[in-house]
Design a protein around this ligand. Structure first.
Ligand SMILES: Nc1ncnc2c1ncn2[C@@H]1O[C@H](COP(=O)(O)OP(=O)(O)OP(=O)(O)O)[C@@H](O)[C@H]1O
Length: 323
């Protein structure tokens, strides 16, 4: 069952310099219980996609294409209607939970406010009970509902955010760099918790990260983004054993190797293009070792190779115009 369907989604931010084409023509589905890792360098449009799904983009931003959450086309919903979907059908957690928690509200009040917005049929007592069990689900004692956000450590705050996001059992959870600001041990605990919750509640998850190591553990499928394009989408196994797009290959080569004899870390020379004026042709071509003439002239369509979707001319049948 598909809980999320994106078709040809494009996002353009309006700025003084003109439009920033942050996401272009992105399509993918998410099955119930599935985790999709969305990876790519900073600025490639990963968070923008998350905000587009949540309908939390700044006013004036142009969003095209269709986004369906649990069968509901959110593109056509009003702000009021979308408020009902957020939290109950789709939730998002961020890198820094402090920005999403009101410092002067006790943790319990965050839960009650959020639960009653969606479930006005419940009493405050019932909402508190629901909150307490969500907190216990993430390994925090229910007594701590009385505490304020600052009384929690970074890792515990992220747990609270996760509990808040899943208390209404949404179909989709978008986790945007959920562990970046935490130390490695806490990082591992949070990832373990997310995996456990997604397994137990069959929550589908989009895990946004620049860290290939993280998706290697947690994701079922991986989408690789570059400069607003989804350049490759495949199962985790395919991405790690047979990456097709030269950008995916470069990303994998830039993962630190734990083998002490092989510490050479490759990096990708150059930097991503200015999205207010992207190059014609493939957006990765200026940095690509394998670029051909056609890559600099014509944007590649998406090709399918043994189940992998790849946006690269190397996999096109007709390579007229190659160097
Ligand atoms: N509010 C905004 N107005 C204008 N441009 C924006 C805005 N937010 C993001 N952008 C631009 O859109 C592009 C995509 O940004 P986005 O934050 O989605 O990327 P990202 O892959 O999530 O990166 P990061 O990991 O750094 O968050 C970038 O070029 C960014 O500068």
């Amino acid at each position: 069952m598909k809980v999320l369907e994106l078709k040809n989604v494009s996002v353009r931010y309006r700025t003084e310099k003109g439009f920033v084409r942050a996401v272009e023509n992105v399509s993918f589905d998410l099955e119930k219980g599935e985790t999709l890792g969305l990876v790519g360098e900073s600025g490639c449009g990963k968070s923008t996609l998350g905000f587009a799904i949540m309908k939390l983009l700044p006013e004036g931003t142009i969003v095209e294409g269709s986004i369906k959450v649990d069968g509901i086309d959110v593109s056509s919903l009003s702000n009021e209607e979308m408020r009902k979907i957020r939290g109950s059908k789709v939730s998002m957690i961020f890198q820094d939970p402090m920005t999403s928690l009101n410092p002067i509200l006790r943790i319990g009040d965050h839960f009650v406010e959020m639960i009653l917005t969606h479930r006005p049929d419940l009493s405050e007592e019932e909402a508190r009970e629901l909150a307490a069990s969500a907190l216990e689900d993430v390994g925090i004692n229910r007594n701590r509902l009385r505490d304020y956000p600052f009384q929690f450590s970074g890792g515990m705050r992220q747990r609270v955010m996760i509990a808040l996001s899943i208390v209404l059992n949404p179909a989709v959870l978008i986790a945007d760099e959920p562990t970046t600001s935490l130390d490695v041990i806490v990082q591992a605990q949070i990832m373990e918790l997310l995996e456990k919750l997604s397994r137990e509640h069959s929550t589908s998850m989009i895990l946004i990260t620049h860290d290939m190591g993280l998706v290697a553990e947690a994701a079922d499928r991986i989408g690789v983004m570059y400069a607003g394009h989804l350049v490759e989408l495949a199962t985790k196994e395919r991405i790690f054993t047979e990456p097709l797009h030269p950008y995916t290959v470069a990303l994998l080569e830039s993962i630190p190797n734990t083998d002490i004899n092989d510490r050479e870390l490759k990096y990708i020379p150059g930097s991503p293009p200015d999205l207010s004026n992207p190059p014609k042709g493939c957006r990765f071509a200026p940095r690509c070792e394998k670029a051909m003439k056609i890559c600099r002239e014509k944007e590649p369509p998406e090709f399918e190779v043994d189940g992998t979707r790849v946006k690269c001319w190397l996999y096109g049948g007709d390579r007229n115009g190659s160097d």
